[in-house]
Design a protein around this ligand. Sequence first.
Ligand SMILES: Nc1ncnc2c1ncn2[C@@H]1O[C@H](COP(=O)(O)OP(=O)(O)O)[C@@H](O)[C@H]1O
Ligand SMILES: [Mg+2]
Length: 234
Amino acid sequence: MSFLSVTGVSKSYAGRPVLRGVSLEVERGSLTAVLGLSGCGKTTLLRVIAGFERAENGMLELGGSELDGPRRFVAPERRGIGYVPQEGALFPQLTVAGNVAFALPRAERRGARPQELMRMVGIDQLADRLPHQISGGEQQRVAIARALANEPAVLLADEPTGNLDRRNSEVVAEIFHGLAEGGQTIVMVTHDQTLAHKARRIVTMEDGKVVGDAATLREENLATDGARMDTDQK
Ligand SMILES: Nc1ncnc2c1ncn2[C@@H]1O[C@H](COP(=O)(O)OP(=O)(O)O)[C@@H](O)[C@H]1O
Ligand SMILES: [Mg+2]
C-alpha cells in the first residue's frame, strides 16, 4: 500500500477548474518528481497536499488516515508535512540559525537541533549570516532545513532549483537524493532535468490532470522490481 495517497482530487479557483481528478500514489521513502508546463496545477497540487487549500472532491490519505476528504480536514500544521515554497520565504531579519530555529518548538530552539538540521544540508558554517549575505542555493538549503525541523512524514518542494545556477542546482539535487536514500518521503515539482533524474518516479501533469507516471531507470527501481518479481514467483 502506498504511504501518501491522492485520489481523484479536484480544485477550482473562482469556478475555473485547476485540478481535475488528480490521483497519485507515493511510496514511503521515495523521491517523486512532478513535471508539467507552467499553469498546469503543480503548485496547487502541492498546496492541497500541504493543506493550504482544500480539495473540492476526492481524498487525501497519509499512512492510511484521512487528511482531506468527505469526513475530515486536517489542518496543515497537524499533517506532518513539510513545505519548501517556490520562493524560499526566509525571514530577512533573522540569521540562518534563527530561520531554522524558528520552525522548532520553543524548548528546542536553543539546543543542538538547529545545528544538526543545518549540518544535514551543509549550511552550519553560515549559521550567523543573514539571508541577503548568502547565495540563492544556500537560501534554498535554509528553507529545506526549516521544512525538515519537525521531522515531517512527507517533504514537499516547489521548484527547489528554479532560481539556481547549475552548480547550486546540483548541490540541492544531491541533498534531496540523499534525504530520500535516508528514508525521507519527498514530492517535488520541478522543470530541472538534473533534479528530476534523481527521482524514482516522474509524474507528468497537463491541464490539471496526471497524464504520465513512470519509474526512472535508477538502481533502486531495478532492485525493487527484482524483489517484486521474486515475490511474485513464490
Ligand atoms: N489563488 C489563486 N486564485 C486564482 N487562480 C489561481 C490561484 N492560484 C493559481 N491559480 C491559477 O491556477 C492555475 C494553476 O496554477 P499553479 O498550480 O500555480 O500552476 P503551476 O504551478 O503548474 O505553474 C493557473 O492558471 C493559475 O493562474
Ligand atoms: Mg508553480
